[in-house]
Design a protein around this ligand. Structure first.
Ligand code: GDG
Length: 446
């Protein structure tokens, strides 16, 4: 039995270590805690084990669970709906049934490992029902929930079948954390609209308990990025990249995203193509590198996005490229963290243009990597990061002209101006790192 338990869709083993694992593994380890999650392979039976001082409690998913709970309800219903419906959400009754059944399995596993009065921290949109299910089984627990993606406006949330159950699910927590204050307000308004509750400031009374909804903007392990950015091998790799991309080219633009339709990759490429077409930039002076990490490739909307992007990349390289020199390097591959940091260091302009994004860690990683205070960030207004990185060149990704304006403003900016902007953004990110995020959430919870 453990007094601190993390519940997340994935376990902190094997999966490429993202920000969440980096942030929470030390907390779980220091607390001698447990982690409840799926190992990532369907139909795989797994026994609990200890890993790096953390008790790992695997939850099994069948191939059908993966289809219905993960690729279906989580990634084809909730993900698009919570991202402003930028792609239409798909609704299926059997997905909802599987989602509830799997959430119940996660809640049972958590109830099983949690000691009397333990603190349990549940994560993200795959597990919206877990706090409620866990509360019913274990009223003694302190339950926190953090949503990593946006929470939609009330009118959009209202489209979700069985919407009231999702709100009740979240109200099982003592503390519900969001990336942005507006998301917390949307949630509290829904408790009034759907359940007739009376939210007061950040709090709402529900079944004799006080539930708090508040923003806790997530961040990165800034020290890790900072150290990689000082590593001589990484610096040499950045030099090599510049040379390979054409040493005489003045400008390297960069995009790094999971290949996801929320990230605005096609809008960004369209803007770059138009800048080449109207002669604002030329293939001799500039090059764009787009890393698009493969993601959710079994979901139809992701396959369609891949086809759209690859067609456009081919068109632009065909029209504006030359033998041995293309304007757009597209990498449908995942890279190591060191390779990403080398790219960040080499890039003059980082393009982060999501249509909607809970936070966006890539923007923060770019800033953390720039120990030289070089480079410029073009950033979508519709990311959580935009609230903190106000010295970026902020753009509306739906407006191709505005994306082009942001890029040309970054190109034209005076070096002093760029340095001052980067210095301020970097201070912000180094001070507000992921350890601080976890500490603030857990202090508010316990
Ligand atoms: C969700 C929310 C929120 C990417 N490609 C590679 C790679 N990455 C790393 C990046 C970054 C992470 O993955 C992506 O984080 P983002 O925040 O940019 O986006 P999501 O994956 O959509 O994350 C988001 C986040 O949760 C945390 O709450 O910010 O809003 O959507 O760290 O560097 N890492 C490696 N190779 C790659 O090819 N090693």
């Amino acid at each position: 039995m453990k007094s601190f338990v993390v519940v997340a869709n994935r376990l902190p083993v094997d999966a490429s270590p993202g920000g969440l694992v980096t942030a929470l593994e030390p907390v779980a380890r220091n607390a001698g805690g447990a982690w409840v999650g799926w190992g990532g392979t369907p139909d795989e039976a797994a026994e609990p084990f200890d890993h790096d001082g953390v008790h790992i409690r695997p939850v099994e998913l069948s191939a059908q669970d993966v289809d219905r709970y993960y690729e279906g309800q989580s990634n084809s219903t909730i993900w698009p709906l919570f991202h402003d419906g930028v792609e239409p959400a798909v609704h299926h009754r059997e997905w909802r049934v599987a989602y509830e059944a799997v959430n119940r399995r996660f809640a049972e596993a958590a109830a099983d490992v949690a000691a009397e009065g333990a603190t349990v921290w549940v994560h993200d949109y795959q597990l919206l029902l877990v706090p409620g299910l866990l509360r019913a089984a274990r009223p003694d627990l302190r339950i926190g929930f953090f949503l990593h993606i946006p929470f939609p406006p009330v009118e959009l949330f209202m489209q979700l079948p069985r919407r009231t159950e999702f709100v009740r699910g979240l109200l099982g927590a003592d503390l519900v954390g969001f990336q942005q204050p507006l998301a917390a307000q949307n949630f509290l308004r829904l408790t009034a609209q759907l359940l007739g509750l009376h939210p007061d400031g950040e709090h709402v009374e529900y079944e004799g308990r006080t539930v708090t909804a508040r923003a806790f903007p997530i961040s990165i392990d800034a020290a890790e990025i900072d150290a990689l950015a000082a590593d001589p091998e990484v610096l040499a790799e950045a030099e090599r990249l510049r040379k390979d991309l054409g040493g005489d080219r003045r400008l390297l633009l960069l995009g790094v995203d999971r290949l996801d339709y929320t990230k605005g990759i096609d809008q960004r490429i369209e803007a770059y193509g138009e800048l080449l077409a109207d002669g604002t930039i030329s293939n001799d002076e500039a090059v764009l590198v787009q890393v698009a990490t493969p993601s959710r490739m079994r979901v139809a909307q992701y396959q369609q996005l891949r086809e759209r992007v690859e067609r456009e990349v081919g068109r632009i390289n065909g029209e504006y490229g030359d033998v041995g020199r293309v304007p757009l390097h597209y990498l449908f591959q995942s890279r190591t963290r060191a390779e990403l940091v080398a790219l960040y260091l080499a890039a003059d302009i980082m393009l982060v243009t999501p249509l909607r994004d809970g936070m966006n860690l890539v923007a923060k990683e770019y800033v953390a990597a720039r120990r030289d205070h070089g480079g410029a960030l073009v950033l979508s207004e519709f990311t959580g990061a935009a609230a903190e990185l106000t010295d970026a060149f902020l753009v509306n990704p739906y407006d191709v002209d505005d994306v082009k304006r942001g890029i040309t403003a970054a190109i034209a900016a005076a070096p002093d101006d760029l340095t001052a902007r980067m210095r301020r953004m970097r201070e912000r990110v180094l001070e507000h790192d992921v350890a601080r995020w976890a500490r603030e959430f857990l202090d508010a919870l316990t």
